[in-house]
Design a protein around this ligand. Sequence first.
Ligand SMILES: [Zn+2]
Length: 403
Amino acid sequence: MIQSMFSLVEKIFFLGKLVLGGKKFRQGRLKTKSGVIDTPFFMPDATRGFVKSLSRKDLEAVGIGPLVINTYHLYLQPGMEVIRKAGGAHKFMRWEKPLLSDSGGYQVFSLIHKNPQLGKITDEKVIFRSPLDGSQHELTPEKAIQIQFDLGADMLVCLDDPPPNTFIKEKIKQAVERTIAWAKRCKIEYKKQLKKRKIKEINRPLIFGVIQGGEYVDLRKYCTEKLVEIGFDGYGFGARHMDKDGNFLAEVLEKTASFIPDNALKFALGIGKPEDIVRAASYGWDMFDCVIPTREGRHGKLFVWKKNPSLILPLEKGEKKSSPFVKGGREGDFYKTININNGKYRKDFAPVDKNCACELCRNYSRSYLHHLFAAKEPLAMRLASLHNLKFYLDLMEELKTPH
Ligand SMILES: [Zn+2]
């Protein structure tokens, strides 16, 4: 029997640091079987069991802690037989730090919403065809939890029904009801697996419910309340954090964070750009994951700190403080991005960021990186990914430092 759902999450408290209209960041600590993590924190996406173009040593050298892996992708390839035989995802990947496994719901539902011929969603389960070989598979809330136990992740996520934000309210309400019903089934299966595998309280993985409700604050509130009744270690913000026009759902994110009890973890799934992380953290979100730093890096886009970084984001022209949507797609006050492919870097012998301690900035010039990208040398993608991850880690440290 689990003593308390929150016993592994300690010291979640408010730090006296002012940003964004006087709101304070939360800071805390959680214990997992693979180590302690201080919040707020960022997790790179190792979706298919790897962070593209980076080795374990690369990730360790830059100081990466937890990683996100994806149930759906690993289930399809290499398949659970391989991972079970390897002794779980940690051993397979040779990663000793914490792993969070995403349920795969977002991938399966996106696949079906984009092409309804690839699957079928019922209240019982979701049936889908593998985009790799066309083979048919089914995912139930129970199976999603079982797979995540087989992966051996330190943090598990319930299977949910993430609707696109373009859906009408009635259809989003249906997704909310299904998400709640599936969260109940996930929790039951979670307890069953703990018992079956004889996992002690101190070693149990943390489990997260996912809050749906699209752009509707009332639905997000309802979903949160029902999930809190079931009881989880943490709660994630499900589906996209942008509306269909690409606007950041500031009010929805802020209110949803306030509905979650303060002694639970608040996971802003898939967020995001540096300024979105700062905003979301100021609303109380503790955990972030995103492909942006590595994906942008592979394309030669690098994040660079401005001279005197300030995490206070100015309101945009015409943006009201109470505006429900904060315009997305702009850079913050504290950093800029450079596209190293630009010809102006051909003879620029300065480091990408002279204040950065990553392998790229300590050893090479902008000119050399420009050359590597021009020559399509894979080392370019590796170095740029490492630099961007270091930028994100430094950003999280900034959030923890009282100013
Ligand atoms: Zn760097």
